[in-house]
Design a protein around this ligand. Structure first.
Ligand code: CTP
Length: 211
């Protein structure tokens, strides 16, 4: 199969030197990319800025902002069988990006934020015979929220994990299906979870026939 993987954080710039982002290391997405290559799949890796070297053999698309991630993912998707959306995408962007560097005012300031596009939701809307695997990072009402995302973004399955996963080597995830069922529960090294996830997809989600 040819698999699109999104990984890492995105950044949204306030001015030319300051940005909003999150603590995602990209380790889960990169581990999934490595596991997919090891299983003999082709990988298009759309990655935000991280301190990791992409696994050898990936077709890598480096992006910074959510809009760039959306554009790169949307353009790669038609030639892939499915997507695994492991990126920790920045959900808000400043309404206005200041040019240069904002100077201090001596008092509080406000920055108006608007929502970014949802990369996975767009892929879910555009899917034809593709399979779609989302991630859900949930602090509370985890299962309910993850299933709500699965439906809203038109995913086949969602990988539910918690904020402890951010920046860590290990993870504890549940794979949830559209009917709300738990299809698998994996914990341990992200590399081992990635191997299990890729194996599960290979056995349960079909080739798209799009290529
Ligand atoms: N996602 C995305 N584009 C966004 C936001 C999220 O592609 N703008 C994807 C993530 O890569 C993940 C899934 O959507 O596969 C869920 O991401 P998550 O951060 O858990 O949830 P959000 O949809 O951002 O909602 P919230 O932050 O309110 O929980």
């Amino acid at each position: 199969m040819r698999i699109l993987i999104t990984a890492g954080p995105t950044r949204e710039y306030i001015d030319d030197v300051r940005y909003l982002s999150n603590a995602s290391s990209g380790r889960m997405g990169y581990a999934v990319a490595q596991a997919a290559l090891d299983a003999g799949h082709q990988v298009v890796l759309v990655t935000g800025p991280v301190d990791l070297i992409p696994p050898t053999g990936c077709d890598v698309r480096h992006v910074v902002t959510t809009a760039q991630m959306r554009d790169a993912a949307v353009s790669a998707f038609p030639n892939c069988d499915g997507v695994i959306a492991a990126a920790a995408v920045c959900d808000y962007t400043p309404l206005k990006r200041h040019s240069g560097k904002m100077t201090k005012t001596g008092g509080p300031i406000s920055i108006e934020l608007i929502e970014t596009d949802d990369v996975l939701a767009q892929l879910g809307r555009d899917r034809e015979h593709h399979w779609v695997v989302g991630f859900a990072l949930e602090a509370e009402n985890a299962r309910e929220n993850a299933l709500q995302k699965l439906r809203a973004k038109n995913c086949d399955v969602v990988v539910l994990n918690s904020p402890q996963a951010i920046g860590a080597d290990t993870n504890d995830v549940q794979l949830l299906g559209a009917a709300g069922e738990t299809l698998a529960h994996w914990h341990g090294l992200k590399a081992d979870i990635a191997t299990e996830l890729v194996r599960w997809i290979g056995q349960n989600l079909p080739l798209s026939g799009n290529r």
